[in-house]
Design a protein around this ligand. Structure first.
Ligand code: 3HC
Ligand code: NAI
Length: 693
C-alpha cells in the first residue's frame, strides 16, 4: 500500500482503489485525515486503471466524527464540507466501508459516498447534539433524504447510535457484509457497482421523502410538543429541528446554507462550549494521576450489601444488573422482606414498561440472596455498608466485618457525610476500606463518589473505579471531608435557601429561578420529593425550623400530599398558604421585616456560595480537578449539562464577578462565611478554574 500521508494509505486491487485511514484511536476527521481522503481520492480518480473507490478505516472504528480537539482553532483546508463535496462529485463511484461507529462527521462522509456497506456490528449516528451542536457537514440535509424527516428528527435530536440492521432497513446502509470481511465485502460490492454500471447515487439529489413531507408542518409541531420537556433549556435540539425543516422546505443548497449558519451559531455559543468541555471532563474523570496501569485491579465476583433500605436495595440492583451475585444482610426479617420486595417491584415496573424481559426479572432477582447473618459475607470480594447514617452504628458494623470478611475483600461504606477514615479505624485493615457514595435512587443515578481514605490502597481505588464503569456509573474520586464534594456544596446552597426564607422569600420564589436556570427543581421542591422527615423524629422535634414545623403538621413532602408545597393527586405542586403563614411567623419571630428578594439575588446567593465551596474543595485537594466537581453536579444533582457544571459556569460568569458579588452579599451569607483564597487569587489574576492544571 502506498502512503498518501502519515494517516492515509492507497492501494489498487483489480481496478478498485482502497483509501485506508489510520488515525487512532477513533479516526477522527483531523486535518491530516481530511487531506488524506481528498488526496487519495484525487490519485484514484487520476489513475485510469481505477474504476471505483472504497473508503475504509483501520483500527477499532470507522471515522467517529470531526476532531473535537480542533474545534475553536482556525479551520485548515480542506474543511469537512469540501471533503464531502469532493467525494460526492467524484466521477468514479465511492463506497464507504463501515465498521465500529460512523458518527457525526464520519457518517456525513459516508453520506457523501455513493454507496455504503457495513458489517452487522457497525453503528451509525449523528451525536453532535450531545456536544451542543448539529451535524455541520450536510448531515441534516442528506439524512432526511434517505431515512425521511421523522426518523431524521429522532436521530439528530437523540444522537442515538443506530445498529447496522436498522440502518440497512432505513436505507442508510446499502449492503451488510459478513463480520470480519469488511474489506473483501466492500471490494466485491464496488466491483458489482462497476459491473452493473450503477449510477453515481448522490444523496443530495434524492428528493421524494423530503418533498412528501413539505405539506405536513405538523410533523415538526408535534415533534417539538412531544419533546418539550426533554429539550428544556437546550439550544441544540431546536436548531437541529430547524435544519431538518430546512431540508424539507428548501432546495438542497439553500438548506446547506441554513445548516451552516445555525452550526456556526451553536459552535460560537456558550452551550456548546460547555457540552464539549463535559465530553472531555467525562473522560478525564477516570484518570487518577498517581495510579497507573501498573496497579492491578482485583476481580469482583461476589458482592455483599449491608442494609436493605432505600440505598442498599438500589445498590444491590446495580450488581445484579451486571450479572454479579449479591448477598444482602438485614437485622430483621421484616426489613429484609420489605427490601427484597421493593427490588422485585422495581424490576417488575421496568418490565411492564417494556424495558426488561420478564425472564430477566427472575434472572436478576435470582442473583440476590437475603440473610440476617453478617457471617454469610465471608466469601464476598466487595462488601458495601448502607446502614443508618450514624458513626457508632457504622463503626460497629465495620468492627464485625473486619473479623468476618476474607483477606483481600474491599470494605466500602455508602455514607453521605461521615469520616471514612474514622470508619476505617474500626478495622485492622484500613487500606481495604473505601467510601462508595451512591446517589438516590442508586439503581438510576449515574454518579458514584469514590471516597479515598488516608490509608486506602491504590489497588482498592483502581478496582472501585473499574467496577463503577462495569456497572454503568460515572465515578469521581474524592477525598474525605464532611459531605465529600456533592453534599458539601449542596449544604452551602441549602443554608442560603433557608436564610432567604427568613428574609422574605417564599419556597416557590427560591425554587423558580433555579428551575429556570435549568436545574430539575429548586431546593424546596427537592426537599418535598426526598421527604422532609429524613433525619427528623417527632420525639426530638423542636419547632425551630420551617421544615420541622411542617413535619410536626404531618406535611412531610410529596408522599403525604403536602410539604413546602401542596400537591394534588397527580403530584402537581402549588404554593401553600399554610407554608406561607409559617414562613411569615418565622420572619416575625426573628424580627425581620420581609423584603422582596430579586430573582438575580436568589440565583447568585444559591450558586456563588456553592462555587466558593467548590474552590475550597480544590484547595484542600478533596477533588482532583474542577471538571471532576462539574461531573459530580451534572450526574448527581441534575445540573444542566449545557451550563457545564458549577465551576465551568463560574468561568463563564467571570471569577472576578463571582468574588465581587460574594463580597457584596457577605453580611447575609452567615457568620462563618469566608471567601476561598484560591477563588480570590484566580479572580485577581484574571484566570479561570479551567486554567488550573
Ligand atoms: N475527536 C477527538 N477525539 C475524540 C473524538 C473526536 N470526535 N471521539 C473520541 N475521541 C477521543 C476521546 O477523547 C478519547 O481520548 P482519551 O483516550 O485521550 O481520553 C479517545 O478518543 C477514546 O474515546 P472514548 O474513551 O470515548 O472511547 P470509546 O470506545 O468508549 O467510544 C466513541 C468511542 C463511541 C467513538 C466515543 O469516543 C464518541 O462518542 N466520540 C464522539 C463522537 C462524536 O461526538 N462525533 C461527532 C463529533 S462533532 C462533528 O462530527 C461535527 C461535524 O458534524 C461537522
Ligand atoms: P434506610 O433507613 O432506608 O436503610 C437503612 C437500612 O439499614 C434499614 O433497613 C435498617 O434496618 C438497616 N440496618 C441498620 N443497621 C443494620 C445492621 N447493623 N445490619 C444490617 N442492616 C442494618 O437508610 P438509607 O437512606 O438507605 O441510607 C443508608 C446509608 O446510605 C446512610 O449512610 C445514608 O447516609 C446513605 N445515603 C443515603 C442516601 C439517600 O438519599 N437516602 C443517598 C446516599 C447515601
Amino acid at each position: 500500500m502506498g502512503a498518501i500521508n502519515a494517516v492515509t494509505g492507497l492501494s489498487v486491487e483489480d481496478g478498485i482503489a482502497i483509501v485506508t485511514i489510520n488515525y487512532p484511536p477513533v479516526n477522527a476527521l483531523s486535518h491530516a485525515v481530511r487531506e488524506g481522503i481528498v488526496n487519495g481520492l484525487q490519485q484514484a480518480i487520476a489513475d485510469a486503471a481505477v474504476k471505483a473507490v472504497v473508503l475504509i478505516c483501520d483500527g477499532r472504528t470507522f471515522m467517529a466524527g470531526a476532531d473535537i480537539t480542533e474545534f475553536g482553532k482556525p479551520p485548515k483546508a480542506p474543511w469537512l464540507p469540501e471533503v464531502i463535496e469532493a467525494i460526492e462529485n467524484s466521477n468514479k463511484p465511492v463506497i464507504a466501508a463501515i465498521h465500529g461507529t460512523a458518527l457525526g462527521g464520519g457518517l456525513e462522509v459516508a453520506l457523501g459516498c455513493h454507496y455504503r456497506v457495513a458489517v452487522p456490528a457497525a453503528k451509525c449516528g449523528l451525536p453532535e447534539v450531545h456536544l451542543g451542536l448539529l451535524p455541520g457537514a450536510g448531515g441534516t440535509q442528506r439524512l432526511p433524504r434517505i431515512v425521511g424527516p421523522e426518523k431524521a428528527l429522532e436521530m439528530v435530536t437523540s444522537g442515538a447510535h443506530v445498529d447496522a440492521k436498522t440502518s440497512h432497513a432505513a436505507g442508510l446502509i446499502d449492503e451488510l457484509v459478513p463480520e470480519g470481511q469488511l474489506r473483501a465485502g466492500a471490494i466485491a460490492y464496488a466491483k458489482k457497482v462497476v459491473a452493473e454500471n450503477r449510477p453515481l447515487k448522490k444523496v443530495r439529489d434524492l428528493n421524494d421523502k423530503v418533498e412528501a413531507a413539505r405539506s405536513k408542518p405538523e410533523i415538526f409541531a408535534d415533534f417539538r410538543k412531544a419533546n418539550a420537556r426533554k429539550f428544556r433549556g437546550f439550544l441544540a435540539p431546536e436548531y437541529n429541528i430547524r435544519c431538518i425543516e430546512a431540508a424539507v422546505n428548501l432546495p438542497f443548497d439553500e438548506g446547506i446554507k441554513t445548516e451552516r449558519k445555525l452550526f456556526q451559531e451553536l459552535m460560537g455559543g456558550v452551550q456548546s462550549a460547555a457540552q464539549r468541555y463535559v465530553f472531555f471532563a467525562e473522560r478525564q474523570v477516570w484518570k487518577v494521576p498517581d495510579i497507573g496501569d501498573d496497579v492491578q485491579t482485583l476481580p469482583i465476583a461476589k458482592v455483599g450489601v449491608i442494609g436493605a433500605g432505600t440505598m442498599g436495595g438500589g445498590i444491590a440492583m446495580n450488581f445484579a444488573n451486571a450479572g454479579i451475585p449479591v448477598t444482602i444482610v438485614e437485622t430483621k426479617q421484616e426489613a429484609l422482606d420489605r427490601g427484597l420486595g421493593v427490588i422485585r417491584k422495581n424490576y417488575e415496573t421496568t418490565a411492564k414498561r417494556g424495558k426488561l424481559k420478564p425472564e430477566d426479572v427472575e434472572k436478576r432477582v435470582g442473583l440476590l440472596t437475603g440473610t440476617l447473618e453478617l457471617e454469610k459475607l465471608a466469601d464476598c470480594d466487595l462488601i458495601i455498608e448502607a446502614v443508618f447514617e450514624n458513626m457508632a452504628v457504622k463503626k460497629e458494623v465495620f468492627g464485625k466485618l473486619d473479623k468476618i470478611a476474607k483477606p483481600g475483600a474491599i470494605l466500602a461504606s455508602n455514607t453521605s457525610y461521615l469520616d471514612v477514615n474514622e470508619i476505617a479505624s474500626a478495622t485492622t485493615r484500613p487500606e481495604w476500606v473505601i467510601g462508595l457514595h451512591f446517589f438516590s435512587p442508586a439503581n438510576v443515578m449515574r454518579l458514584l463518589e469514590v471516597v479515598r481514605g488516608e490509608k486506602t490502597s491504590k489497588q482498592v481505588v483502581a478496582t472501585s473505579m473499574q467496577l463503577a464503569k462495569k456497572i454503568g456509573k460515572i465515578a469521581v474520586l474524592v477525598g474525605v471531608c464532611h459531605g465529600f464534594v456533592g453534599n458539601r456544596m449542596l449544604a452551602a446552597r441549602q443554608s442560603q435557601a433557608q436564610a432567604m426564607l427568613v428574609e422574605g422569600a417564599m419556597p416557590w420564589d427560591v425554587d423558580k429561578p433555579l428551575y429556570e436556570f435549568g436545574m430539575p427543581m429548586g431546593p424546596f421542591a427537592m426537599g418535598d420529593l426526598a421527604g422532609l422527615d429524613i433525619g427528623w423524629s417527632k420525639e426530638t422535634s423542636t419547632s425551630s425550623t420551617v421544615r420541622e414545623v411542617l413535619c410536626e403538621l404531618d406535611r412531610r413532602g410529596q408522599k403525604t400530599g403536602a410539604g413546602f408545597y401542596d400537591y394534588d393527586e397527580q403530584r402537581n405542586a402549588k404554593p401553600s398558604p399554610v407554608t406561607e403563614k409559617i414562613v411569615k411567623e418565622f420572619a416575625a419571630k426573628a424580627g425581620v421585616t420581609p423584603r422582596q428578594i430579586s430573582e438575580q439575588e436568589i440565583l447568585e446567593r444559591s450558586l456563588y456560595p456553592m462555587i466558593n465551596e467548590g474552590a475550597k474543595i480544590l484547595e484542600e485537594k478533596i477533588a482532583l480537578r474542577p471538571s471532576d466537581i462539574d461531573i459530580v453536579w451534572i450526574n448527581g444533582y441534575g445540573w444542566p449539562v449545557y451550563r457545564g457544571g458549577p465551576m465551568f459556569y463560574a468561568d463563564t460568569v467571570g471569577l472576578a464577578n463571582v468574588v465581587a458579588k460574594l463580597k457584596e452579599y457577605a453580611p447575609k451569607l452567615g457568620a462563618d462565611f469566608t471567601i476561598s483564597p484560591l477563588l480570590e487569587q484566580l479572580a485577581a489574576a484574571g484566570k479561570r478554574f479551567q486554567d488550573l492544571k
